[in-house]
Design a protein around this ligand. Structure first.
Ligand code: ADP
Ligand code: MG
Length: 428
């Protein structure tokens, strides 16, 4: 039986893919509960297993280890009490808004009249009144995502799971839709008992959630939990809001391990491929220079603001600087290392040397250099690298990985990129 209104409980949940040497631990030993009435955010960097956990919780994929309890009972097969809203909702282009919402109800055998009534009510609820007979192509991205929400709500899930539902929208639509969801949730206009929001956006989590479960990757795991006690509606400029963002920053960034070694393997090796943080060299250099001016230990949150960087750009930049040994991170503060100070204060040529020396050990960079050394005329098509990267990352991510690698490699002059022929080559 459910105790203290516990809706969902994860006990030692793990998920791995592959076996033996090739085994990848997507998530390991995850424990948490979600209670009735809670809005919980699962926050962590890309690849830490957030979507994997949602698939396990909704029963779309089995866990490899541990147990998922729903209202005290072990979950077997698809969870009938939970639904997911994805980043981009797959609407049927040949169906109207109303028919798209009705689809889920039809699948559950709800009779036509009841279907129609419930669909119309939800369309109204999400603010799409008047668009019942429109087709998806006639709608903006924000409106399409509202249809996705209406469809997910149509089956009246007890647990609504949201997998980065705002990240594909433009800034304004995303903010509007967040506000509308909070309005629905806090006014109890929807029968949903709990919401689990997956996000990699700290402010979004602080804006919406009662509790933030912080994850990290390699392997995907829970590293922290933060209660957000601010009343709704929350205001982003509010001092308490900012202080909370700061606290979550500290929880996310954790602490630099004593020996910053480069973890993970190259894309052509077995095991978990190390991911390059999405940080171009000018951002890394900008951060290091800024810290050199500020001196000593600085509040991470303030640095991001000073540099005018979005969190999604700032965090990877800090991660990159950390990976390179230029900074350390502790309790939400960031400190320049002696190497970082040297980097900031030296000539362009010396900077390139320091940078080259650091990145040569990074598995992806090392792999590119080795492939080029072995290749005829030390040249290889960009395609060659993309194909291998696509075995580990989505096509988009594979391209970003190569873009970052080329950005770093070019700056450090460890390899070059020929824009005309789309080839990488070793400088002579
Ligand atoms: P997130 O949603 O946090 O970005 P995911 O849950 O999508 O993370 O992925 C977690 C990890 O599991 C990643 O390293 C990913 O590469 C790996 N992974 C996910 N699905 C598969 C799969 N089908 N086969 C192998 N690895 C996978
Ligand atoms: Mg995901």
């Amino acid at each position: 039986m459910a105790q203290n209104g516990v809706l969902l409980e994860l006990r030692g949940v793990g998920k791995f893919y592959g076996r033996g040497e090739r085994r990848i631990d997507a998530v390991a030993n995850v424990n948490f509960v979600i209670r009735e009435g809670e809005f919980v955010a699962l926050l962590g960097p890309s690849g830490c297993g957030k979507s994997t956990l949602l698939r396990i919780i909704t029963g779309l994929a089995p866990a490899s280890a541990g147990e998922v309890l729903y209202r005290g009972e072990p979950l077997r097969g698809v969870n009938p009490h939970a639904t997911i809203v994805f980043q981009t909702f797959a609407l049927y282009p040949w169906l109207t808004v109303q028919a798209n919402v009705e689809v889920a109800l039809k699948a559950r055998g709800v009779p036509p009249d009841a279907r129609r009534e419930r669909a119309l009510k939800l369309i109204d609820l999400v603010g799409l009144d008047g668009f019942e007979s429109a087709y998806p192509r006639e709608l903006s991205g924000g409106m399409r995502q509202k249809v996705g929400f209406a469809r997910a709500l149509a089956v009246e899930p007890e647990l609504l799971c949201l997998d980065e539902p705002f990240s594909a929208l433009d800034v304004l639509s995303a903010e509007a839709l967040r506000g509308e969801l909070m309005e629905l949730w806090t006014s109890r206009a929807m029968p949903t008992r709990a919401i689990l929001l997956v996000t990699h956006n700290i402010e979004e989590a602080v804006f919406m959630a009662d509790r933030i479960i912080v994850m990290d990757k390699d392997p995907g795991r829970v590293i922290n939990e933060v209660e957000v006690t601010l009343p709704h509606p929350r205001h982003r400029k509010d001092l308490r809001f900012l202080a909370m963002v700061d606290r979550v920053y500290a929880a996310v960034a954790g602490e630099t391990p004593k020996d910053v070694t480069m973890l993970g393997v190259a894309p052509d090796e077995a095991g978990k491929t190390e991911m390059l943080p999405h940080a171009p060299i000018n951002a890394i250099a900008g951060l290091v220079e800024h810290l050199a001016e500020e001196g000593k230990r600085v509040d991470m949150y303030r640095v991001g603001d000073d540099l005018g960087m979005e969190l999604d750009d700032f965090l990877p930049t800090v991660e990159a600087a950390e990976l390179l040994g230029f900074v350390t991170v502790q309790e939400g503060d960031i400190t320049l290392t002696p190497l970082g100070q040297t980097f900031a204060g030296t000539t362009i040529i010396a900077r390139k040397e320091i940078f080259a020396q650091r990145i040569r050990h990074q598995p992806t960079i090392r792999w590119i250099i080795e492939e080029l050394q072995a290749a005829e005329e030390h040249r290889l098509a960009e395609e060659f690298f993309l194909e291998t990267l696509q075995r580990h990352f989505t096509p988009d991510e594979a391209e970003r990985q190569l873009d970052i690698a080329i950005n770093w490699g070019r700056y450090a002059e460890v390899f070059e990129f020929d824009d005309d022929r789309d080839e990488l080559y070793l400088p002579i």
